[in-house]
Write a protein of this length. Structure first.
Length: 210
């Protein structure tokens, strides 16, 4: 069972306690990512399956298709970029989403000659803002949301980036993205929950040191 704490926010009323204490590498591009089962190096491992994409994000991606396609390898240029099925989901801003298509051993947008997401790279190289274009589900990882809660993604502990002891906490790593996607009011509420969790954790940490 997930250990949740209360959050004073009209939409998200709870948060998983672990987001405030578990850690994740802050810069994916500098980390040699490994999957843990099986144990092997797999760069961009969290992008293996495709991602749920709001219809507005899909349309924004297609509006930049020429810059993105220029980065893709030939077999990805002509492959489907999205699944055909449109799902109704009130959690998404438009109320509907599709999914980025898998290609080979990863998301179609990984099929290019460098690391990372081709959407993000196209934004960087062409000077446009990736926010509202790159799926917010990808931007939040390993944070996600379920009903009224901010929680860890199910596959968070499948990857080596979750086990770097000097990395920032998952919440601190994703705080700016949470504010951008859901607004500063959520971050203010989560900051208060974080303070509560860390205050409760402090005596236990001191006890372990002794």
């Amino acid at each position: 069972m997930i250990d949740l704490v209360d959050v004073a926010h009209p939409r998200f009323r709870r948060a998983e306690r672990a987001i405030f204490v578990r850690r994740v590498v802050g810069d994916c591009m500098s980390h040699r990512c490994r999957t843990l089962a099986p144990d092997r190096e797999k760069l961009d491992a969290c992008c293996s399956y495709g991602a749920d994409t709001d219809l507005a994000e899909r349309d924004a991606i297609l509006s930049h298709q020429h810059e993105i396609r220029a980065l893709l390898l030939p077999h990805a240029k002509t492959a489907p970029w999205f699944t055909d099925e449109v799902e109704e989901d009130s959690d998404f801003p438009s109320g509907r989403h599709v999914r980025t298509a898998p290609l080979g051993d990863g998301c179609v947008f990984l099929a290019h000659d460098g690391r990372g997401c081709a959407i993000h790279r196209a934004a960087f190289e062409n000077g446009w803002d990736f926010r509202g274009v790159k799926p917010h589900v990808c931007r939040l990882f390993p944070l996600t949301y379920d009903d009224e809660s901010i929680v860890l993604s199910d596959d968070y502990t499948d990857y080596s980036c979750a086990f770097e002891p000097t990395a920032p906490t998952v919440y601190r790593n994703g705080r700016d993205t949470l504010a951008d996607v859901f607004g500063p009011e959520l971050v203010a509420a989560l900051d208060a929950a974080e303070a509560e969790v860390l205050a409760a954790e402090a005596p236990a940490r001191r006890l372990r040191v002794v």
